[in-house]
Ligand binder design. Sequence first.
Ligand SMILES: Nc1nc2c(ncn2[C@@H]2O[C@H](COP(=O)(O)OP(=O)(O)OP(=O)(O)O)[C@@H](O)[C@H]2O)c(=O)[nH]1
Ligand SMILES: [Mg+2]
Ligand SMILES: [Zn+2]
Length: 367
Amino acid sequence: MTLAKPPFKRSSRSHGDEWMDDEKDLSGFRGRSLQKKLSESSARSKGGKPLAASESNATVVEVFPKLCRIKVDATGQEVLCSYRRAQVYDHGLGGKGTRERSPVAVGDRVRANITSPQSGVVEGVAQRENQLLRPAPGREKDEHSETQPVHVVAANIDVLVIVASCLKPEFSPGLVDRFLVAAQLSGLKPIICVTKIDLEPSHAPWALYQQLGFEIRTLSTRTGEGVDPLRSELQGCKVVFCGHSGVGKTSLLRALTGRDVGKVGEVSDATGKGRHTTTSAVLISAPGDSFWIDTPGMRSFGLALIEPEEVSRYFPELEAAPCDPKPCSHGPKEESPGCAARGLPRYESFVRIRQSLLPEGEEDLDS
Ligand SMILES: Nc1nc2c(ncn2[C@@H]2O[C@H](COP(=O)(O)OP(=O)(O)OP(=O)(O)O)[C@@H](O)[C@H]2O)c(=O)[nH]1
Ligand SMILES: [Mg+2]
Ligand SMILES: [Zn+2]
C-alpha cells in the first residue's frame, strides 16, 4: 500500500495537533454557556446536510490544515484529500459562538472523490455517532468574533483508553479524572491503562479507581504483561488512546498491533516528562472494521459541553454520598452544611474541574 504523505514538511509547532497542547487549556474556556451556544450555532449553521452513513466511502486517518489523509473502503488505500469548510457538513460546533478547529476529525466517515491515485477531494462528512471534544488550548476566545474554538480529538469511537504510566511520568489522577468525565459525557467506555508496571512502583494510586468501579488494566510493553488480554478486549472496537506525553501510548499501540506504528520517544531524565513525540492524532487500522487512534501527549484536558453544576454527575461516589438534603451541590460548608462528599478522595479534583468551568472571576468552593 502506498502511504500518501502531506506535501510539506512538519515543523515543530506549525501544524499537527501539538499546538493544541498548551497550559491555557484549562483556563481559557468556560463551559457555562457553551451548550446554549452550540445549539444556537447549530440552528444557524449554513453548512451542508450530513451524509447518510451509506453515502460515505472512506474514513479520516489524519488531519492537516486544509488536507486530510483518508483510508478508502474499497481499496484500503490511503489518499491525501483536500477539504473546504464550506463543502462539508457543519457538525453544529461551527458558526457564531463556537468554531470547530477543523470540519473533519480523525475517525470521521467521509465521501471522497478520488481524482488521482494519491489524491482527492472530500465532498461531504457523515453525521458523527459521537466525538471526544475539548476546548482548543492556546486559542483563546477572540473578543471581536466571540467564537470559541473547539478541538475534536476523535470521532465515531466506542472506547477511550486513558493511558497513565505508574512512574516516569508519575501517575496523574487529575488528568485521569478529566478523561473519565469526558468519556462519560460522550458515551464512551473508559478503560484506565496503567503502563510501565515493570518499573515496580511502591504505591498504587490507581487502586482507588478500581474501588470506584472503573475499569483498570495494568501492563508493560517491556515484559508484555497485560498486553495480550488488552488486545483481545479491544478487538473489534473503535478506540482512542489519550494521556500525558511519554506515558507509552505509541509503545502500547506498537505492542498491540505488532507493527512499528508511529515514533517512540524518550522521557526526559531532568523533568520526568515526555518529549511530545507523536504530533498529530493518527488512526491505525485494527482487525475487522475497527480502528485504534494514537494521539499526541496532552499536558491538560479541558472539558467542553458541560456546565459546572453537571460535573458531580460524573463522579459516582459523589452522587452516592449520603448528603442531607439531597440533591446536594457539594459546595463549601456555608453553602452545603450537610454535604457528605467533602473529604472523599476525589473531592478536591471535582472542585478543581468545576472551578475550571466557571466564568472567569466567579468564586466557587473555598478549596
Ligand atoms: N519501562 C517501560 N518503559 C516504557 C514502557 N512503554 C513505553 N516505555 C517507554 O516510555 C517512553 C515513551 O514512550 P512513547 O510510546 O513514545 O510514549 P507516548 O505516550 O506515545 O508519548 P508522546 O507521543 O510524546 O505523547 C519510551 O522511552 C518508551 O520506551 C513500559 O512498559 N515500560
Ligand atoms: Mg506517542
Ligand atoms: Zn454533597
